[in-house]
Structure formats: structure tokens, C-alpha cells
Ligand binder design. Structure first.
Ligand code: C2E
Ligand code: CA
Ligand code: CA
Ligand code: CA
Length: 277
């Protein structure tokens, strides 16, 4: 047993060394990618389930590696968070998305909400608010068309700080959605106090929503919660019509997922929007 334990330990540490080397390598190439502007945004439509109309877009970050392959955000965002690079990357994302919304407005799509992902690390940075305000001002975007998607894990931040922060964000005239909702443990009082606009049900709850009865409980509960508190509810990761049908029946307001559209680059997005209207 001792041998086994020792063997396992050395295996584990070798794995970790590889992991750290891999992370350092990834971090170096991410720095390069930023300098050489290899990061870009794609936009995924959000659909109003009652009217069937497109009501918003979520901006999602992409990195095109030197070999032309896309590196998924789940791989590089945690590293950007850890190294602090997320601050400058996040500021670029906010500016890009605001300018893009303003551009869409010039194309006649001014009514579309633009949702921007913001991590807890970004939110805690002292420069966050001023950088966001500058992005809003410089782009000339209508702030009411901008929404910050903040993960439910913000609930772990100190309550007074968070309350103050959300107040200042709302004072800019923008909207707030709580992302990945249902995966954390936010209390109801917190939800009411922070005055968010929207709850975004995590994809993990949508996966099986049409197959088993028990899988319906959490989305149904979130929809009811939204109705009780006067918050809109959006479901992410809707891939098949059955899932959309179940969500409509529940009274869910909006949905986003491959059933409607994949995240797209701007030219493709413009074609998609034109074809739908
Ligand atoms: P998220 O905010 O929960 O974004 C939803 C993810 O689900 C996106 O993955 C989207 O492409 C994917 N998705 C949408 N519809 C479907 C569907 O029907 N089926 C499936 N299987 N997936 C679907 P993506 O673009 O790979 O982003 C992953 C995560 O990376 C995001 O999760 C978000 O947490 C983070 N992220 C992406 N862009 C940014 C950004 O600009 N800033 C920050 N801080 N985080 C970002
Ligand atoms: Ca999101
Ligand atoms: Ca999400
Ligand atoms: Ca998610």
C-alpha cells in the first residue's frame, strides 16, 4: 500500500509539472495573441420565446491560434484570470462589444441588447467602473442596450461591496444578468437587494429538461422565482425544439442556444439578422 501511495504521489506531481508548464506556455502565447490582435468576438442571438424575435446578443471571446485553430475560452480565460491578463482582455471585450452594438444600431438593429461577460476578478478591479464608463462614452452606445452577464458566483463577494458595485453599474443605465444561475447559492434577499434584471439558467439544467420530469424542477423554479421577483429569465444551451417547448410552457421569457443560432462573426451575424427580419 505504501508503494502504491508513493507511486500515486509521484504520478500526481509529474502531472502537475506538465500542467504548470502547459499553463506557462499558454500564458506566453496569450500575451502574444493580444499583441498581435488574435482575439475576437463572436455573437450569439438571444430569442424572445413569446414573439420568436431576436432580442439580444451575447458577445463571446475567441482566440485564433497560430495554427489557425480556435482555442476555446474555457481553456484560456482561467489562465487570463490567474495572471491578471483578464483585466486588459476584459477591457478590450467591453469596448469592442459596445462599439459593435453602436454599429449594429446604425444598421437598424438598435433594439438588440448586447450582453457582455464580466468575471468576478474584473469586477473587483479598481479600474473596472471607469473603464466600463469610458467604453460606453467612447462608443456612443445607448447604455440601456448593454447588459453585463455576471456569474452567480459573485454572491461570494462581500455583501456591502457587491451592493455598492451593482448600484454604480445600474447608475450607468445598463442592465445586469446573473449568469449560470442555479449553480451557486445566492439567497433570495440578495437577489432582491441587488436589483438584477435577468436570471440566466445554466446550460447544465437545460440539457435534460425535455427528457425527465425531475430535470424540469430547477428551471421551473427559476422561472417562478423570476416571475415572483419581477425578473426576466433566459435559458442558455437550448439545442432542440423539445427543450424550447418545455421552456415556453414554463413561461420562460427568452432562450439562447444552437437550436436558434451558433455564435457568429459579424458578417455572418448581419446575414442571419437580415434573413430573419
Ligand atoms: P457562458 O457565459 O456560460 O457562455 C455560454 C457558453 O455556451 C458559450 O461557450 C456558448 O458558445 C455555449 N453555447 C451556447 N449555446 C449552446 C448550445 O446550445 N449548446 C452548447 N453545448 N453550448 C452552447 P463559449 O463561447 O465556449 O464560452 C465559454 C465560457 O467562457 C462562457 O460561458 C464564459 O464563462 C466564458 N467567456 C466567454 N467569453 C468571455 C468574455 O468575453 N469574458 C469573460 N470574462 N468570460 C467569457
Ligand atoms: Ca454568459
Ligand atoms: Ca452562462
Ligand atoms: Ca454556463
Amino acid at each position: 500500500a505504501k508503494m502504491g501511495a508513493r507511486g500515486e504521489f509521484s504520478f500526481y506531481s509529474r502531472e502537475m509539472a506538465v500542467d504548470i508548464r502547459e499553463r506557462v506556455r499558454l500564458l506566453q502565447s496569450l500575451r502574444h495573441a493580444i499583441e498581435r490582435q488574435r482575439l475576437f468576438l463572436v455573437y450569439q442571438p438571444q430569442i424572445n420565446l413569446r414573439t420568436g424575435k431576436t432580442c439580444g446578443l451575447e458577445a463571446l471571446l475567441r482566440w485564433r491560434g497560430d495554427d489557425g485553430q480556435l482555442i476555446p475560452p474555457d481553456r484560456f480565460i482561467p489562465i487570463a484570470e490567474h495572471s491578471g491578463l483578464i483585466i486588459s482582455v476584459g477591457e478590450w471585450v467591453m469596448r469592442m462589444a459596445c462599439f459593435q452594438q453602436a454599429e449594429l444600431a446604425r444598421h437598424g438593429y438598435g433594439g438588440l441588447r448586447m450582453a457582455i461577460n464580466v468575471s468576478v476578478t474584473q469586477l473587483r478591479h479598481p479600474r473596472f467602473l471607469s473603464a466600463f464608463r469610458t467604453a460606453l462614452e467612447d462608443s456612443g452606445v445607448n447604455p440601456s442596450c448593454i447588459e453585463l452577464e455576471i456569474t452567480e458566483s459573485v454572491a461570494m463577494l462581500e455583501a456591502d461591496f457587491l451592493g455598492h458595485m451593482f448600484e454604480q453599474i445600474k447608475a450607468l443605465g445598463v442592465q445586469i444578468a446573473l449568469d449560470d444561475f442555479g449553480t451557486g447559492f445566492s439567497s433570495l434577499s440578495y437577489l432582491q437587494r441587488l436589483k438584477v434584471n435577468r436570471l440566466k439558467i445554466d446550460r447544465s439544467f437545460i440539457n435534460e429538461v425535455s427528457s425527465t420530469t425531475s430535470a424540469k424542477h430547477i428551471p421551473a423554479l427559476v422561472v417562478q422565482l423570476g416571475q415572483t421577483l419581477g425578473l426576466a429569465v433566459i435559458a442558455e444551451g437550448v439545442e432542440v425544439q423539445e427543450q424550447a417547448d418545455v421552456l415556453v410552457k414554463m413561461g420562460c421569457d427568452e432562450a439562447q442556444g444552437y437550436l436558434f443560432a451558433r455564435p457568429m462573426e459579424v458578417p455572418q451575424l448581419l446575414e442571419w439578422l437580415a434573413a430573419r427580419s
